[in-house]
Design a protein. Structure first.
Length: 254
């Protein structure tokens, strides 16, 4: 398997059939289900062997695939990821990874978003490699038939595969962030092993006269988020099934 998140996931999925990868050309974190409207010029490149990139949002990548190469033969499933960072609780509302899954679900296609609770570029994906296949098989064998627009949100903890003890299934949690905006400082990137350039930014941003520079690096706050992260640190991958029709919130007991 490859070492990038997309390569890892594609490698896992090859076991189950033919894989076509359509990925954004650039970093698209926090794009949710945004699409590339406004007569935007959208570049596409065929990289060969089933790999493509599109200069667009994750949801637009799904739209592009369904409107071009899969126009007459829709895929059996869309799997999006692997996202760097947890997409638990309210984070799922902002996720570009899950936005791609939601776009597929709205088109009646089974969809799964996969995330790892680490922002580090050299994150350990061994847990995903070892266990996602089993999770995928269980989900596909038990797809609901009475509801439309359901997608699954699978989150892995940032620990080695041999420390994972099992799976937990639940509904989407509830949380919020506080003190989200802080003055821009390159040190915020460094603590995650990142640089601005890795995210398509600059370490020496140029501002217009009178502008101030901030970044969103807020802190999570809420009982529900605490419980979700307790489960993560308790060494369980966690997955939920939010839907456009039914997004109930349930307290999770220890």
């Amino acid at each position: 398997m490859g070492h990038t998140p997309v390569q890892v996931l594609a490698g896992i999925m090859k076991k189950y059939g033919d894989v076509t990868v359509i990925a954004p050309k650039t970093h698209q974190s926090g794009m949710s289900m945004a699409v590339s409207l406004g007569f935007k010029q959208i570049a596409h490149k065929d990289l060969g062997e089933g790999w493509h990139y599109v200069d667009a949002t994750p949801a637009s990548c799904v739209k592009f695939g369904l409107n071009t190469m899969f126009l007459d033969n829709v895929p059996d499933v869309v799997v999006s990821g692997i996202n760097h960072g947890s997409n638990a609780s309210n984070a799922s509302c902002y996720s570009g990874t899950l936005g791609a899954a939601e776009e597929a679900a709205l088109n009646g296609i089974p969809a799964i978003g996969v995330s790892l609770d680490s922002l580090h570029p050299d994150a350990d994906f061994s847990g995903v490699e070892k266990y996602f296949g089993e999770i995928f098989e269980k989900l596909m064998a038990n797809l609901p038939t009475e509801k439309y627009g359901i997608y699954y949100n699978v989150n892995f903890p940032d620990i080695p595969a041999d420390q994972i003890k099992g799976f937990k299934v639940g509904y989407q949690g509830k949380g919020r962030w506080i003190r989200e905006f802080k003055e821009w400082d390159v040190k915020h990137y460094a603590k995650y092993g990142l640089t601005p350039e890795m995210l398509g930014q600059s370490s020496n941003p140029v501002l217009e006269e009178g502008e101030d520079l901030y970044m969103m690096v807020g802190e999570g706050l809420s009982y529900y988020v605490y419980i979700l992260f307790y489960l993560f640190r308790g060494y369980f991958p966690y997955f939920t099934s939010p839907t456009t029709q039914d997004c109930r919130i349930r307290r999770l007991e220890r």
